[in-house]
Ligand binder design. Structure first.
Ligand code: GSH
Length: 214
């Protein structure tokens, strides 16, 4: 099986990089800079009409959307235990993944690029304020889910990898996440995983190559 991951630094494409690495999968990475205007990005946008990473090609067939990508990785590499084998627990993990992808991620995007969401003059700060308030509300809820827990479920799962990205990405913004002690502890715990360290080391090479400011 040939697996290619289209990956951009500082993006949520780090989630499948982590889970493919956890799975011991053999995969090729195609790096792109989604912030720039390179020929690689133009090629990627032709290939993927959604213009978003992560984008996976498996034996020439494309798969988009992180939730589906996580489900595919988990089911293709069952020994890695990236989703619980119990059906109810698996549904809980997918519920978390879907919330992170559709409830939390869009507010990260709004805070990062408010003008993509409302271009009426003078509304930028308002879009950012509402996105920040929603993020803080979500992190408060996540913090309560992580009380006395190492992971969201019994073991590390794809949900931990996704939240790792969301919280880390939000930590690059200009507001404090210090109140969320359980999320902070979770972040440190996930950072210790070799898969995550490998993903970050690779991401750092691209941050340098593309001359990006995180
Ligand atoms: N719903 C998609 C969202 C993916 C997404 O928004 N990716 C961002 C990076 S974190 C992206 O590719 N942005 C490029 C752009 O908006 O131009 C998923 O869950 O995979």
């Amino acid at each position: 099986m040939n697996i290619t991951l289209y990956f951009a630094p500082i993006s949520c494409a780090i989630v499948p990089y982590i889970t493919l690495t956890e799975a011991g999968a053999d995969f090729e990475v195609k790096p792109i800079n989604i912030r720039g205007k390179s020929p690689e990005l133009a090629e990627f946008n032709k290939l993927n009409p959604k213009h978003k990473v992560p984008y996976l090609i498996v034996d020439e067939a494309p798969l988009s959307e992180n939730v589906a990508i996580q489900l595919w990785i988990a089911r293709s590499f069952p020994k890695a235990g990236l989703l619980p084998s119990d059906t109810w627990q698996e549904a809980q993990a997918i519920s978390l993944l879907a919330w992170f992808a559709s409830g939390i991620h869009p507010n990260i995007s709004r805070y990062n690029s408010p003008l993509k969401f409302c271009d009426v003059a003078g509304t930028e700060d308002s879009v950012k304020r509402i996105a920040r308030e929603s993020l803080l509300e979500s992190f408060k809820l996540v913090d309560s889910l992580l009380v006395d827990k190492d992971y969201f479920l019994n073991e590390f799962s794809a949900a931990d990898a996704y939240f790792f990205w969301a919280f880390r990405r939000s930590g690059l913004f200009d507001f404090s996440l210090d109140d969320f002690q359980n999320c902070q502890a979770h972040q440190q715990r996930i950072l210790e995983r070799p898969s995550v360290q490998a993903a970050i080391a690779y991401e750092n090479t691209l941050i340098e190559k593309f001359n990006l400011t995180p």
